[in-house]
Design a protein around this ligand. Structure first.
Ligand code: ADP
Length: 333
């Protein structure tokens, strides 16, 4: 048995070495196959969670590498179609939002027009009825002041108060009538400096109120209807004085800019809150207990009918309104 045992003794280590080599070879082969497959699976998982730019890192000449290349091509296509889809959804959402905004605007415009048509009828009726008694009262005050030149101080003070209050009521009546019907402007060539001075004179003297002018005398003439634009400027001045009940300073400045002249009316009042800035030009918007909220709406329409514009100038502090008017075209000599 000795030779057999010797053979067995030699065969056992050889067998063990062969088994070990077989195990190593199996693990190498399996690693070469499983690792790229794991990487592919990892990339697929990442793409499934939304990381569309992820690619599988597999190289080599074997089938798994080819599978990796095919996988990467597919991933690129998925990424591209996902991006296209996102773009389309974004475009459609934007179109939808635009359509929605247009619809809301159209609906608001319709409701506004309906309200305005009804209000126009009412406004012109009330306006006409009130204009005559107010005119009579103004004449009566004028007469009383004339026949009593030496009236005591308090009588003159009360007559002044009456005239001021009638002025405020006339503003309401004029707003109502202008709102009901804006007539075509009777355009004339007007010098801004004297025009501004005339409107300031209409405000009259109000206690605690100072009106400063910064109007260069050599501004180019403007082509406007002085009655309509006078109404706009008076409205801005009245609003400014009403905003400063305890007194303050109104500054009227003017400057030429290209083929326009801009008149700015600023005050030292509380200004206009940010959330109200878009609304003050809406008809019927008012924050005053006795206001009707037509002044700025009518003023803007009048400015536009005269080829100009009326804007609220953004900024902190008191309110600043800019009235832009077209410069008159010089007649050829
Ligand atoms: P009304 O004078 O009847 O209120 P307007 O259209 O002239 O109507 O003004 C609308 C609103 O705009 C006012 O109620 C007020 O809140 C605001 N406003 C206008 N001018 C000024 C100003 N100079 N300072 C502060 N608020 C102003």
């Amino acid at each position: 048995l000795q030779p057999t045992q010797m053979l067995l003794g030699r065969m056992v280590p050889i067998g063990l070495v062969l088994i070990a080599l077989g195990a190593i070879a199996a693990s190498v082969v399996s690693a070469r196959v499983t690792r790229p497959v794991e990487r592919l699976a990892g990339a697929a998982d990442d793409i499934a969670t939304g990381q569309y730019s992820r690619r599988a890192d597999v190289e080599g000449p074997d089938e798994i590498a080819r599978l990796g290349v095919a996988f990467n091509t597919m991933a690129s296509q998925v990424e591209r179609s996902h991006r296209d889809l996102e773009q389309r959804v974004e475009d459609r959402t934007r179109d939808l939002a635009q359509a929605m905004a247009q619809l809301t605007d159209a609906q608001e415009e319709l409701v506004r027009k309906e309200r305005l048509a009804m209000l126009g009828q009412l406004a012109s009726g009330v306006g006409h009825e009130l204009r005559n008694p107010l005119g009579v009262m103004t004449n009566a005050i004028y007469y009383l002041e004339m026949v009593q030149p030496d009236a005591p101080e308090d009588v003159r003070e009360y007559l002044g108060i009456l005239r001021h209050q009638i002025g405020l009521s006339e503003k309401i009546v004029t707003d109502l009538l202008d709102f009901a019907r804006i007539k075509p402007p009777q355009v004339q060539t007007v010098s801004p400096a004297s025009f501004i001075e005339n409107q300031i004179a209409r405000v009259g003297s109000v206690a605690e109120l100072t009106i400063e002018r910064r109007v260069p005398p050599d501004l180019p003439a403007v082509a406007i209807d002085p009655v309509q634009i006078g109404q706009v400027l008076l409205n801005l001045l009245t609003n400014a004085s009403q905003a400063m009940e305890g007194g303050g300073v109104i500054t009227v400045s003017a400057r030429a800019q290209g083929d326009t002249v801009t008149i700015e009316v600023s005050d030292t009042g509380p200004g206009i809150a940010h959330e109200l800035r878009d609304r003050i030009f809406e008809p019927l918007f008012t924050t005053k207990p006795r206001g009707i909220g037509l002044g700025l709406s009518v003023s803007r329409s009048l400015a536009e009918a005269n080829g100009g514009r009326l804007d609220l100038v953004p900024g902190e502090g008191g309110a600043v309104f800019a009235l832009t008017l077209p410069v008159a075209v010089a007649e050829p000599a």
